[in-house]
Design a binder for this molecule. Structure first.
Ligand SMILES: [Cu+2]
Length: 321
Protein backbone atom coordinates (compact mmCIF):
# COMPACT_ATOMS: atom_id res chain seq x y z
CA UNK A 1 0.00 0.00 0.00
CA UNK A 2 1.24 3.44 -0.88
CA UNK A 3 1.55 5.22 2.47
CA UNK A 4 1.42 8.67 0.97
CA UNK A 5 -1.89 7.86 -0.68
CA UNK A 6 -3.20 6.63 2.67
CA UNK A 7 -2.15 9.89 4.30
CA UNK A 8 -3.63 11.96 1.50
CA UNK A 9 -7.11 10.52 2.03
CA UNK A 10 -7.92 12.07 5.42
CA UNK A 11 -6.36 15.34 4.27
CA UNK A 12 -8.60 15.34 1.19
CA UNK A 13 -11.67 14.60 3.30
CA UNK A 14 -10.77 17.36 5.76
CA UNK A 15 -10.31 19.83 2.90
CA UNK A 16 -13.60 19.02 1.16
CA UNK A 17 -15.74 18.65 4.29
CA UNK A 18 -16.17 22.38 5.00
CA UNK A 19 -17.23 22.96 1.38
CA UNK A 20 -19.94 20.29 1.67
CA UNK A 21 -21.13 21.41 5.09
CA UNK A 22 -21.66 24.96 3.87
CA UNK A 23 -24.63 23.93 1.72
CA UNK A 24 -26.08 21.06 3.70
CA UNK A 25 -28.54 20.34 6.48
CA UNK A 26 -26.20 21.95 9.04
CA UNK A 27 -26.05 25.24 7.15
CA UNK A 28 -29.53 26.23 8.26
CA UNK A 29 -31.59 29.08 6.88
CA UNK A 30 -34.95 27.96 8.19
CA UNK A 31 -36.26 27.48 11.72
CA UNK A 32 -37.24 23.86 11.17
CA UNK A 33 -33.85 22.84 9.77
CA UNK A 34 -32.26 24.74 12.68
CA UNK A 35 -34.10 22.64 15.25
CA UNK A 36 -33.22 19.42 13.47
CA UNK A 37 -29.59 20.50 13.31
CA UNK A 38 -29.69 21.16 17.08
CA UNK A 39 -30.69 17.54 17.73
CA UNK A 40 -27.95 16.41 15.34
CA UNK A 41 -25.28 18.39 17.21
CA UNK A 42 -26.41 16.98 20.58
CA UNK A 43 -26.17 13.44 19.17
CA UNK A 44 -22.77 14.23 17.72
CA UNK A 45 -21.48 15.63 21.04
CA UNK A 46 -22.69 12.62 23.03
CA UNK A 47 -21.24 10.21 20.48
CA UNK A 48 -17.92 12.05 20.67
CA UNK A 49 -17.84 11.75 24.49
CA UNK A 50 -18.70 8.02 24.35
CA UNK A 51 -16.01 7.48 21.74
CA UNK A 52 -13.39 9.30 23.82
CA UNK A 53 -14.23 7.37 27.01
CA UNK A 54 -14.22 3.98 25.25
CA UNK A 55 -10.94 4.83 23.49
CA UNK A 56 -9.42 5.81 26.81
CA UNK A 57 -10.38 2.47 28.38
CA UNK A 58 -8.89 0.61 25.43
CA UNK A 59 -5.62 2.48 25.88
CA UNK A 60 -5.66 1.78 29.63
CA UNK A 61 -6.32 -1.93 29.01
CA UNK A 62 -3.44 -2.15 26.55
CA UNK A 63 -0.91 -0.22 28.63
CA UNK A 64 -1.67 -1.57 32.11
CA UNK A 65 0.08 -4.70 33.39
CA UNK A 66 -1.01 -7.10 36.12
CA UNK A 67 -4.49 -7.97 37.38
CA UNK A 68 -7.17 -5.31 37.72
CA UNK A 69 -7.89 -3.85 41.14
CA UNK A 70 -10.92 -1.93 39.95
CA UNK A 71 -14.48 -2.82 40.91
CA UNK A 72 -15.61 -4.62 37.73
CA UNK A 73 -19.26 -4.78 38.79
CA UNK A 74 -19.42 -1.02 39.05
CA UNK A 75 -17.98 -0.76 35.53
CA UNK A 76 -20.70 -2.97 34.12
CA UNK A 77 -23.52 -1.22 35.99
CA UNK A 78 -22.40 2.28 35.13
CA UNK A 79 -20.76 1.88 31.73
CA UNK A 80 -22.92 -0.93 30.38
CA UNK A 81 -26.37 -0.08 31.72
CA UNK A 82 -26.80 3.26 33.48
CA UNK A 83 -24.88 5.49 31.05
CA UNK A 84 -26.36 4.08 27.79
CA UNK A 85 -29.85 4.18 29.31
CA UNK A 86 -29.44 7.80 30.38
CA UNK A 87 -28.06 8.83 26.97
CA UNK A 88 -30.78 7.03 24.99
CA UNK A 89 -33.58 8.38 27.20
CA UNK A 90 -32.25 11.90 26.88
CA UNK A 91 -32.03 11.62 23.07
CA UNK A 92 -35.50 10.06 22.85
CA UNK A 93 -36.95 12.93 24.90
CA UNK A 94 -35.21 15.60 22.84
CA UNK A 95 -36.21 13.96 19.53
CA UNK A 96 -39.88 13.57 20.50
CA UNK A 97 -40.00 17.15 21.76
CA UNK A 98 -38.39 18.51 18.58
CA UNK A 99 -40.67 16.55 16.26
CA UNK A 100 -43.89 17.53 18.05
CA UNK A 101 -42.76 21.15 17.85
CA UNK A 102 -42.10 20.76 14.10
CA UNK A 103 -45.59 19.41 13.42
CA UNK A 104 -47.30 22.47 14.89
CA UNK A 105 -48.61 24.71 12.08
CA UNK A 106 -48.06 28.39 12.79
CA UNK A 107 -50.84 31.00 12.74
CA UNK A 108 -51.03 33.21 9.66
CA UNK A 109 -48.93 30.80 7.64
CA UNK A 110 -48.79 31.09 3.85
CA UNK A 111 -50.13 27.90 2.30
CA UNK A 112 -48.39 26.59 -0.82
CA UNK A 113 -49.36 23.36 -2.58
CA UNK A 114 -46.50 21.32 -3.99
CA UNK A 115 -47.23 18.24 -6.09
CA UNK A 116 -44.55 15.81 -7.22
CA UNK A 117 -44.61 14.50 -10.80
CA UNK A 118 -42.19 12.29 -12.67
CA UNK A 119 -39.81 14.37 -12.77
CA UNK A 120 -40.74 17.85 -11.72
CA UNK A 121 -42.76 19.79 -9.09
CA UNK A 122 -46.03 21.66 -9.62
CA UNK A 123 -46.38 24.65 -7.27
CA UNK A 124 -49.68 26.43 -6.54
CA UNK A 125 -50.54 29.38 -4.33
CA UNK A 126 -54.16 28.76 -3.17
CA UNK A 127 -56.42 31.79 -3.33
CA UNK A 128 -54.53 33.08 -6.37
CA UNK A 129 -54.36 31.77 -9.95
CA UNK A 130 -50.57 31.53 -9.59
CA UNK A 131 -49.04 28.26 -10.65
CA UNK A 132 -45.38 27.61 -11.35
CA UNK A 133 -42.93 24.73 -11.55
CA UNK A 134 -39.78 23.78 -9.67
CA UNK A 135 -39.12 27.30 -8.36
CA UNK A 136 -40.89 28.21 -5.13
CA UNK A 137 -40.85 31.85 -4.10
CA UNK A 138 -41.36 32.35 -0.35
CA UNK A 139 -41.39 35.45 1.86
CA UNK A 140 -38.66 35.62 4.52
CA UNK A 141 -39.90 35.73 8.11
CA UNK A 142 -43.45 34.51 7.42
CA UNK A 143 -44.30 30.92 8.39
CA UNK A 144 -45.14 28.73 5.41
CA UNK A 145 -47.34 25.68 5.32
CA UNK A 146 -46.52 23.40 2.40
CA UNK A 147 -49.13 20.83 1.43
CA UNK A 148 -47.25 18.01 -0.28
CA UNK A 149 -48.71 15.32 -2.47
CA UNK A 150 -47.97 13.45 -5.69
CA UNK A 151 -49.67 12.90 -9.03
CA UNK A 152 -48.02 9.53 -9.60
CA UNK A 153 -45.45 7.64 -7.50
CA UNK A 154 -43.88 8.37 -4.11
CA UNK A 155 -41.42 11.28 -4.14
CA UNK A 156 -39.76 13.06 -1.26
CA UNK A 157 -39.44 16.81 -0.88
CA UNK A 158 -36.21 17.97 0.74
CA UNK A 159 -34.57 21.38 0.94
CA UNK A 160 -31.86 20.62 3.53
CA UNK A 161 -31.10 24.20 4.52
CA UNK A 162 -34.75 24.96 5.30
CA UNK A 163 -36.55 21.92 6.67
CA UNK A 164 -36.72 18.18 7.09
CA UNK A 165 -37.55 15.63 4.44
CA UNK A 166 -41.21 14.77 3.75
CA UNK A 167 -42.47 12.03 1.42
CA UNK A 168 -45.26 12.69 -1.06
CA UNK A 169 -47.73 9.78 -0.97
CA UNK A 170 -50.47 9.09 -3.56
CA UNK A 171 -53.91 10.08 -2.25
CA UNK A 172 -52.48 11.73 0.85
CA UNK A 173 -51.54 15.29 1.82
CA UNK A 174 -48.49 15.72 4.02
CA UNK A 175 -47.78 19.06 5.68
CA UNK A 176 -44.38 20.70 6.04
CA UNK A 177 -44.21 23.82 8.21
CA UNK A 178 -41.22 26.12 8.43
CA UNK A 179 -40.07 29.72 8.17
CA UNK A 180 -37.30 30.92 5.87
CA UNK A 181 -35.07 33.08 8.05
CA UNK A 182 -32.67 34.56 5.48
CA UNK A 183 -33.12 35.72 1.88
CA UNK A 184 -31.37 33.51 -0.63
CA UNK A 185 -31.69 30.60 -3.03
CA UNK A 186 -31.95 27.15 -1.53
CA UNK A 187 -31.61 24.05 -3.63
CA UNK A 188 -33.70 21.02 -2.91
CA UNK A 189 -34.02 17.60 -4.43
CA UNK A 190 -36.42 14.70 -4.69
CA UNK A 191 -35.09 12.34 -2.04
CA UNK A 192 -37.01 9.16 -2.85
CA UNK A 193 -36.07 7.18 -5.93
CA UNK A 194 -38.94 7.65 -8.38
CA UNK A 195 -37.68 6.48 -11.76
CA UNK A 196 -35.15 7.16 -14.47
CA UNK A 197 -34.89 10.96 -14.04
CA UNK A 198 -35.06 11.03 -10.24
CA UNK A 199 -31.64 12.71 -10.11
CA UNK A 200 -32.96 15.56 -12.29
CA UNK A 201 -35.90 16.35 -10.05
CA UNK A 202 -34.49 19.43 -8.38
CA UNK A 203 -36.35 22.27 -6.74
CA UNK A 204 -35.23 25.81 -5.96
CA UNK A 205 -36.65 27.85 -3.08
CA UNK A 206 -36.20 31.58 -3.50
CA UNK A 207 -36.52 33.35 -0.15
CA UNK A 208 -37.13 37.07 -0.61
CA UNK A 209 -38.42 40.07 1.36
CA UNK A 210 -42.18 40.31 1.81
CA UNK A 211 -42.36 43.29 -0.55
CA UNK A 212 -40.41 41.47 -3.29
CA UNK A 213 -42.52 38.35 -2.77
CA UNK A 214 -45.79 40.29 -3.03
CA UNK A 215 -44.60 42.00 -6.21
CA UNK A 216 -43.70 38.61 -7.65
CA UNK A 217 -47.09 37.13 -6.71
CA UNK A 218 -49.05 39.99 -8.27
CA UNK A 219 -47.06 39.72 -11.50
CA UNK A 220 -47.41 35.93 -11.65
CA UNK A 221 -51.17 36.19 -11.16
CA UNK A 222 -51.59 38.11 -14.41
CA UNK A 223 -52.58 36.05 -17.47
CA UNK A 224 -50.48 36.11 -20.64
CA UNK A 225 -51.32 39.15 -22.79
CA UNK A 226 -52.20 38.89 -26.48
CA UNK A 227 -48.94 39.55 -28.33
CA UNK A 228 -48.69 42.56 -30.65
CA UNK A 229 -45.26 41.71 -32.08
CA UNK A 230 -45.50 39.60 -35.28
CA UNK A 231 -42.90 37.01 -34.33
CA UNK A 232 -44.36 36.50 -30.85
CA UNK A 233 -47.91 36.32 -32.20
CA UNK A 234 -46.79 33.63 -34.61
CA UNK A 235 -45.18 31.81 -31.67
CA UNK A 236 -48.46 31.85 -29.77
CA UNK A 237 -50.26 30.43 -32.78
CA UNK A 238 -47.68 27.65 -33.08
CA UNK A 239 -48.10 26.84 -29.39
CA UNK A 240 -51.89 26.65 -29.46
CA UNK A 241 -52.07 24.65 -32.69
CA UNK A 242 -49.27 22.18 -31.88
CA UNK A 243 -49.62 19.33 -29.34
CA UNK A 244 -48.08 21.67 -26.69
CA UNK A 245 -51.52 22.98 -25.66
CA UNK A 246 -52.75 19.47 -24.87
CA UNK A 247 -50.16 19.12 -22.11
CA UNK A 248 -49.47 22.70 -20.96
CA UNK A 249 -51.59 25.59 -19.71
CA UNK A 250 -50.97 29.22 -20.60
CA UNK A 251 -53.59 31.33 -18.83
CA UNK A 252 -55.06 33.88 -21.22
CA UNK A 253 -54.99 31.43 -24.15
CA UNK A 254 -56.91 28.27 -25.06
CA UNK A 255 -54.02 26.08 -23.85
CA UNK A 256 -55.34 24.20 -20.80
CA UNK A 257 -53.33 20.99 -20.63
CA UNK A 258 -52.30 19.75 -17.19
CA UNK A 259 -49.87 16.95 -17.99
CA UNK A 260 -46.82 19.23 -17.87
CA UNK A 261 -45.86 22.46 -16.07
CA UNK A 262 -47.97 25.62 -16.37
CA UNK A 263 -46.10 27.90 -18.80
CA UNK A 264 -48.03 31.16 -18.17
CA UNK A 265 -44.85 32.75 -16.75
CA UNK A 266 -42.21 30.32 -18.00
CA UNK A 267 -39.98 33.17 -19.19
CA UNK A 268 -39.55 34.33 -15.59
CA UNK A 269 -37.99 31.07 -14.40
CA UNK A 270 -34.24 30.69 -14.02
CA UNK A 271 -34.14 27.07 -15.06
CA UNK A 272 -36.21 24.55 -16.97
CA UNK A 273 -37.06 20.88 -16.48
CA UNK A 274 -36.56 20.82 -12.69
CA UNK A 275 -33.18 22.61 -12.66
CA UNK A 276 -31.79 20.44 -15.46
CA UNK A 277 -31.04 23.23 -17.96
CA UNK A 278 -30.74 27.03 -17.79
CA UNK A 279 -33.67 28.98 -19.20
CA UNK A 280 -32.18 30.57 -22.33
CA UNK A 281 -32.97 30.56 -26.05
CA UNK A 282 -30.48 27.83 -26.94
CA UNK A 283 -31.51 25.39 -24.21
CA UNK A 284 -35.22 26.07 -24.64
CA UNK A 285 -34.97 25.41 -28.41
CA UNK A 286 -33.09 22.17 -27.79
CA UNK A 287 -35.65 21.14 -25.18
CA UNK A 288 -38.63 21.68 -27.51
CA UNK A 289 -37.07 19.84 -30.48
CA UNK A 290 -36.07 16.89 -28.36
CA UNK A 291 -36.45 16.96 -24.59
CA UNK A 292 -35.00 13.44 -24.58
CA UNK A 293 -31.46 14.63 -25.29
CA UNK A 294 -31.48 16.90 -22.20
CA UNK A 295 -33.49 14.59 -19.94
CA UNK A 296 -33.81 11.06 -21.36
CA UNK A 297 -37.08 9.49 -20.30
CA UNK A 298 -38.80 12.83 -19.54
CA UNK A 299 -42.52 12.64 -20.26
CA UNK A 300 -42.40 15.22 -23.06
CA UNK A 301 -42.16 13.79 -26.57
CA UNK A 302 -39.79 15.10 -29.29
CA UNK A 303 -41.61 17.54 -31.61
CA UNK A 304 -40.98 18.37 -35.24
CA UNK A 305 -41.18 22.08 -36.09
CA UNK A 306 -39.87 24.19 -38.95
CA UNK A 307 -36.91 26.40 -37.93
CA UNK A 308 -39.06 29.53 -38.37
CA UNK A 309 -41.86 28.10 -36.20
CA UNK A 310 -39.34 27.08 -33.54
CA UNK A 311 -37.78 30.54 -33.48
CA UNK A 312 -41.22 32.15 -33.09
CA UNK A 313 -42.28 29.65 -30.42
CA UNK A 314 -39.13 30.23 -28.35
CA UNK A 315 -39.49 34.02 -28.66
CA UNK A 316 -43.09 33.68 -27.46
CA UNK A 317 -42.23 31.47 -24.46
CA UNK A 318 -39.34 33.73 -23.40
CA UNK A 319 -41.71 36.72 -23.57
CA UNK A 320 -43.95 35.16 -20.92
CA UNK A 321 -42.53 36.86 -17.84
CU1 LIG B 1 -37.39 11.08 -7.01
Amino acid sequence: VNRRALLALPVAIALTAPACASRGALHTRGDEAHRIAGVWWLMFALAAVVYAVVAMFIVVAVVRRGPSRANEHAFIWIGGIAAPLAILLLLAGVTVQASTHLRKPAKGALTVEVTGYRWWWRVRYPGTPVETANEIHLPVGRPVHLVLTTADVVHSFWVPELAGKVDTIPGQENPLDFTVTKPGRYRGQCAEYCGVQHAHMGVLVIGESRAAFNRWLVRQAQPAVTPTDDLIARGQLVFTTQPCAGCHTIRGTDARGDVGPDLTKVGSRRTLAALTIPNDVAHLSGWIINAQTEKPGALMPPLTLSPADLRALVAYLESLT
